[in-house]
Design a protein around this ligand. Structure first.
Ligand SMILES: Nc1ncnc2c1ncn2[C@@H]1O[C@H](COP(=O)(O)OP(=O)(O)O)[C@@H](O)[C@H]1O
Ligand SMILES: [Mg+2]
Length: 367
């Protein structure tokens, strides 16, 4: 049963992606966006029925396709640039619920380097490591930071940095840092940063080690140049996989925790997106969602909204394309039942045991 569902979802996914790419190639980026969004929701469904180790990367794909749109799309000129995602993010601080401490820390860390006339005693953190459970807003923080600075945002997936082809990785890393330097102010973001180390463990590969040391050298290069307006951010769910040499390069290490009750209320408010609530409040929802991450809460809201839409529009799935065009969708305020259903479907992705691991790691951090 589970397998059938999975293979159906995968078929659907392929179809949506194919359609989206075709539309995009035809210059119909608005229509393509719609299909990318559907693809994102299928990725999410797949993630929820997959084992934990696979789920994370599926969630990541979902987030990426959710964000694909004509305007925010990667711009690239040369093959090597294709691997570096270059955009101007539109994420605002208000789009991130709660995380007061983490937001404050990120904001002050990125503002300081941009101030030109500052006394020598003001330390300028230029390298920031965001760590914490998956789905808590690390990527959002990096994007909001970049948006605040009106900075060019360079995202290099760590897997891209570790190319299989000899010499390719060095070129990519070199190009990444060069571009960032030439396009100041800029922010280099390395998501899923821990994967760089996992690869190293797997086979202490000579090429991999060279890549890591090149990365360290590039990072060091920035730390010493006081007037460069380049920020380097990395995010990881598994800080314990990073070795000391790497960790010590990051001047600020910022913990991005699971949302507390107050943060959960705000995240619910963000993700019900203005649909009204009846017989339940965002406060009430925050109370019953302890242990859920921001991403889980986004999924809960999506699921509740879909549940309501399905109930109000029972014939939706049987409609033909022409019917759909003229159809006025019916909806009503979201009720407690919608959320009870959604909560029963969406499982917590972060365990208490995992939280303890971050606490322990933080405790042992020397700087
Ligand atoms: N604090 C938050 N406020 C609002 N939405 C959040 C928050 N944290 C996570 N989300 C939702 O979860 C998705 C994934 O968040 P992300 O920043 O990629 O998490 P991380 O990088 O920590 O794994 C976001 O796109 C957003 O929909
Ligand atoms: Mg992320």
């Amino acid at each position: 049963m589970g397998e059938l569902r999975e293979s159906l979802l995968k078929q659907q996914l392929q179809h949506e992606l194919d359609t989206a790419r075709k539309l995009e190639a035809d210059g119909k980026s608005k229509q393509a966006t719609t299909h990318y969004k559907v693809a994102a929701s299928i990725y999410r469904r797949l993630a929820y029925i997959s084992p934990r180790n696979e789920a994370e990367s599926l969630f990541h794909s979902a987030d990426q396709f959710e964000g694909v749109s004509g305007a925010g799309k990667a711009k690239s000129e040369q093959p090597i640039d294709k691997m570096i995602v270059y955009e101007k993010p539109t994420t605002k601080w208000e789009d991130i619920g709660g995380l007061k401490e983490a937001k404050r820390e990120v904001r002050e860390s990125i503002i300081l380097p941009m101030i030109v006339g500052k006394p020598a005693f003001v330390e300028v953190p230029r390298t920031i490591l965001l760590y914490g459970p998956p789905g808590t807003g690390k990527t959002l923080l990096a994007k909001a930071a970049s948006n605040t600075l009106k900075a060019n945002f360079f995202e290099a997936k760590t897997s891209t940095l570790l190319s299989k082809y000899y010499g390719e990785s060095e070129k990519i890393i070199g190009a990444l840092f060069d571009k960032a330097r030439k396009n100041q102010p800029s922010l280099i973001f390395m998501d899923e940063f821990d994967s760089i180390m996992i690869t190293r463990e797997a086979g202490v590969h000579e090429a991999t080690r060279r890549v890591i040391s090149q990365l360290l050298v590039e990072i060091d290069g920035f730390s010493t140049k006081k007037d460069e307006k380049v920020i380097i951010m990395a995010a990881t769910n598994r800080p314990w996989d990073l070795d000391d040499a790497m960790i010590s390069r990051f001047q600020r290490k910022i913990y991005v925790p699971l949302p507390d009750v107050d943060s959960r209320r705000k995240i619910f408010e963000i993700h019900v997106k203005g649909s009204s609530l009846s017989g339940i409040t965002a406060d009430g929802l925050a109370e019953i969602s302890e242990g859920y991450s921001g991403r889980d809460i986004a999924s809960i809201c999506r699921e509740a909204i879909m549940f309501m839409i399905r109930e109000q529009n029972p014939n939706l799935e049987d409609m033909t394309a022409t019917q759909v065009e003229k159809y006025a969708i019916k909806y009503r305020p979201l009720t407690k039942d919608d959320f009870t259903y959604a909560l029963s479907k969406i499982k917590k992705t972060v365990s208490q045991k995992l939280i303890k691991r971050y606490d322990d790691w933080k405790e042992n951090l020397s700087v």
